[in-house]
Design a protein. Structure first.
Length: 250
């Protein structure tokens, strides 16, 4: 793999890490800092490698990717490996997290879902711009009746009102929305996912910290064998589900 000369010749003194500020439970901006399962995972790996780092809130997701492209951000966690992103990122070969796409329904209107064809004839909801991979995008375009909207809240509202029969979205991000809004008693994900996607950690090609990739990848693989990423997802889902803490009184 040919890495940029600037990255190879420079010194990695501190690893700047960023992420999408709006993708619970993987990562989000809580008004003070970036938090979430993927932020915790990268911190654990870098701590184990004894590398200093900065978790940087860089604004909206397109801005995060742009700063990774220019080398202002060293690591982006965690995201899908796509041909477009490979132009400026080198991805870990070890996955960071499972990220299956799931079919969410009203609990009182659940139906059997064993194959994609089971969605034909039903009204579906999706998020505008979402890509699913593994052939489902083409199947959705050719065989399904769906209504794209921009926000998960809109789709769950339509699902609750009966305007759509199902909503396809990431299993963990859908569960995070339900946990955050205390809606677990109304909606559920059907047991079988649409597909079994994963996310990876991306290193900026223009970053001097690209040299850390082999050791980072090795440690990530060890944590995967211990089941750490999935445990972190469940931990942060639990925090979203927990009741808000009452403010301290004197």
């Amino acid at each position: 793999m040919a890495w940029p000369l600037a990255a190879a010749g420079a010194e990695c003194k501190r690893v700047v890490v960023s992420a999408d500020p709006n993708y619970k439970p993987f990562h989000w901006y809580n008004g003070q800092a970036l938090t979430g399962a993927s932020v915790e995972l990268v911190k654990r790996v870098l701590d184990d490698l004894h590398r200093p780092y900065e978790i940087r809130y860089a604004g909206a997701w397109p801005r995060v990717l742009k700063q990774a492209e220019t080398g202002e951000i060293d690591i982006v966690t965690s995201l899908k490996d796509t041909p477009e992103r490979r132009e400026y990122l080198v991805f870990t070969s070890e996955p960071a997290f499972p990220n299956p796409m799931a079919v969410f329904v009203r609990r009182d209107r659940a139906f059997a879902f064993n194959r994609w064809d089971d969605l034909i004839g039903k009204r579906g909801g999706v998020n505008s711009g979402n890509r699913y991979g593994e052939g489902f995008d083409e199947f959705l375009r050719d065989k399904l009746t769906v209504e794209p909207v921009t926000e998960p809240a809109q789709n769950f509202k339509k699902l609750g009102a009966g305007y759509i029969d199902y909503y396809v979205v990431g299993l963990y991000s859908g569960r995070a929305y339900l946990a955050d809004n205390k809606l677990d008693d109304q909606f559920m994900a059907l047991p079988k996912p649409v597909n079994n996607g994963v996310t990876y950690v991306g290193f900026a090609k223009k970053s001097p910290c690209l040299s850390l990739l082999p050791k980072f990848n090795q440690r990530l693989g060890e944590l995967n064998k211990q089941g750490v990423p999935t445990k972190l997802l469940e931990q942060y889902l639990g925090e979203l589900r927990a009741p808000a803490k009452e403010p301290a009184t004197h």
